[in-house]
Design a protein around this ligand. Structure first.
Ligand SMILES: Cc1cc2nc3c(=O)[nH]c(=O)nc-3n(C[C@H](O)[C@H](O)[C@H](O)COP(=O)(O)OP(=O)(O)OC[C@H]3O[C@@H](n4cnc5c(N)ncnc54)[C@H](O)[C@@H]3O)c2cc1C
Length: 518
């Protein structure tokens, strides 16, 4: 679908194709509303593909006394683990305790107990020095008392957005990527009447009519609707990660430690066959229309952290596969230290325009519910959303002798019904793993055919994540990817060449770390 094919009248337009907009689209379409989501770039191309990929309560928020946010997040985590198996999966964390560093054993134990109480399960354990060191080899030994294991969960953030959007399409919703909402039109009373949408590449525009608009543009939200509270504004805070191959960290579980400079929690997380390591939290002063990129200072901060806790691993920046950076939509009143700023969300209502921003990936359903509640007075009367599982269309249990149960679970979690198509008539070796990843080749062809891929970067950075987790953005695989996807993408040779060049150039600019001294 492109903008010329768009119908002219809608109940609701959602602006922004990150997790917040996707969650709203899903709930609104399930309520029977005629709803369209527009995203100026690719789905999930904003912050929602650049997170730490945790579905978590956030022990840190507990420490800051944000009990409700932690409670909500823990409850959502438990629901998503149940309802989105294969996409949201439990993840064990190990965290070391040192006699000369804070937080100490007692305060961590207290926090983890509250965490457990919130999820109604006992999910943490303390290990003495020897056992902890066996589970986390190479951790710095001096003053080590041992450490805790606790449980959270992880996700592929971009695939969560895509799966939620796909689920919404199955319930009658519509979504368009590369469609920029450039103007909100109002009637004589000042009520929202429509949106002017511009096709991002051709520049073609179209005015469509709607009863209400939800502005779910995250860090961009004040561009569409300035904060009505003069003392509360979005403060874009950048967080960056480095991505390493699995061999760089010889331990099977995720590890979190408190950075020696500022005692912020830092995560080392096995993910998709690689390891992500981060994050930072710094003011992002660049134009939001430019791709956020890790800075030299952030790299030093991250490398200093790892060298303090794992000196014997001798990890160098040269080992890193890639980096990525994202901008948190954080609301600030007092300009506190970045990590002390609240991660709660806000809702602003202005005559049919509802703005929702802030929050976390983990709590996207709460954000969707709050945004829709605020939009209700402007919408036709419909039944309120129930408590349905996030993914209603379950492909059911099916088995396939060619695959391990783990891979089958992964594919059904990520693609829902699409998993069946991925497994239908694969070419020789298409069900084998792309080296160094948990992705099988057949996923690429499925995504290219079915998931509104407009550019090579959509495919390699968001539909699958091999742009982040293989050397040089997967450059060595591009020939095979072209052979695999050419039959399903309407691209001629010139378009393929242009896409490959554009992708590799962007990758070097935004994801490579080789330009920084190691
Ligand atoms: C480094 C980092 C780590 C994080 N880790 C976690 C974590 O582990 N767990 C967790 O729960 N949360 C985490 N978060 C927070 C979480 O990622 C964000 O809260 C969430 O992704 C925000 O989603 P969103 O949809 O509101 O914004 P976005 O994902 O940014 O989506 C907004 C979209 O709106 C689009 N847009 C803007 N203007 C227009 C327009 N005019 N027309 C059309 N489209 C427009 C943008 O292109 C963008 O795609 C992290 C954030 C960062 C930065």
């Amino acid at each position: 679908m492109n903008i010329a094919d768009l119908q002219e009248n809608w109940d609701l337009i959602v602006i922004g194709g990150g997790i917040t907009g996707a969650g709203i689209l899903l709930e609104a379409s399930r309520m029977g509303l005629k709803v369209l989501l527009v995203e100026q770039n690719d789905f999930a191309s904003g912050t929602s593909s650049r997170s730490s990929k945790l579905v978590h309560g956030g022990l840190r928020y507990l420490k800051e006394g944000r009990l409700y946010l932690t409670y909500l997040s823990v409850r959502e985590r438990e629901r998503l683990i149940k309802e989105a198996q294969g996409l949201v999966e439990p993840l064990n964390f190990m965290t070391p305790v040192y006699s000369n560093r804070r937080p100490g054993r007692l305060s961590l134990e207290a926090g983890l107990r509250i965490y457990d109480l919130m999820s109604h399960r006992r999910d943490h354990k303390f290990y003495g020095q020897n056992e902890f060191s066996m589970r986390v080899p190479c951790v710095k030994q001096e003053n080590l008392q041992g450490g805790f294991r606790f449980r959270d969960a992880q996700v592929d953030d971009a695939r969560l957005v895509l799966r939620v959007i796909n689920e919404a399409l199955l319930s009658g919703g519509f979504a368009l990527n590369y469609a920029d909402a450039v103007e909100i039109s109002r009637n004589a009373r000042g009520d929202v009447a429509g949106v002017v949408i511009k096709e991002s590449e051709t520049g073609e525009t179209k005015q469509i009519l709607t009863r209400a608009v939800i502005n779910a543009t995250g860090s961009w939200a004040e561009k569409i609707h300035p904060s009505p509270d003069k003392s509360l504004h979005l403060r874009p805070l950048r967080g960056s990660h480095l991505v390493f191959p699995e061999w760089a960290f010889p331990f099977p579980e995720a590890v979190t430690f408190f950075h020696p400079f500022d005692r912020r929690p830092i995560f080392i997380i096995p993910w998709e066959g690689a390891v992500i390591y981060g994050t930072t939290d710094v003011d992002h002063e660049k134009d939001l229309s430019l791709e956020p990129v890790i800075s030299k200072a952030e790299i030093s901060y991250l490398m200093d952290g790892i060298n303090a806790f794992f000196p014997s691993l001798e990890i160098s920046l040269r080992d890193a596969l890639s980096s990525y950076a994202g901008v948190r939509p954080v609301l600030s009143r007092k300009q506190l230290a970045p990590s002390k700023e609240s991660r709660e969300h806000v809702v602003w209502i202005d005559k049919g325009l509802v703005t929702i921003t802030g929050g976390k990936l983990t709590t996207f359903r709460k954000l969707a519910a709050d945004a829709l509640k605020a939009a209700m007075p402007f919408l036709p009367s419909v039944k309120p959303a129930g408590h349905e599982p996030v993914f209603r269309q379950s492909p059911g249990v099916f088995t396939d002798d060619r695959l391990s149960p783990l891979l089958l679970r992964r594919l059904t979690g990520r693609y829902g019904e699409g998993a069946k198509e991925i497994l239908k008539n694969p070419g020789t070796d298409d069900l084998s793993y792309i080296p160094g990843t948990n992705t099988v080749w057949a996923e690429l062809r499925y995504a290219a055919k079915n998931e509104t891929v407009r550019h090579l970067e959509d495919l390699l950075l968001r539909r699958v994540r091999i742009g982040l987790i293989t050397p040089e953005g997967g450059k060595e695989h591009i020939g095979r990817i072209k052979t695999l996807c050419s039959p399903v993408l309407p691209w001629d040779e010139a378009k393929w060449d242009a896409e490959i060049n554009k992708y590799l150039e962007k990758w070097r600019r935004a994801h490579s770390v080789t330009c920084y001294p190691s």
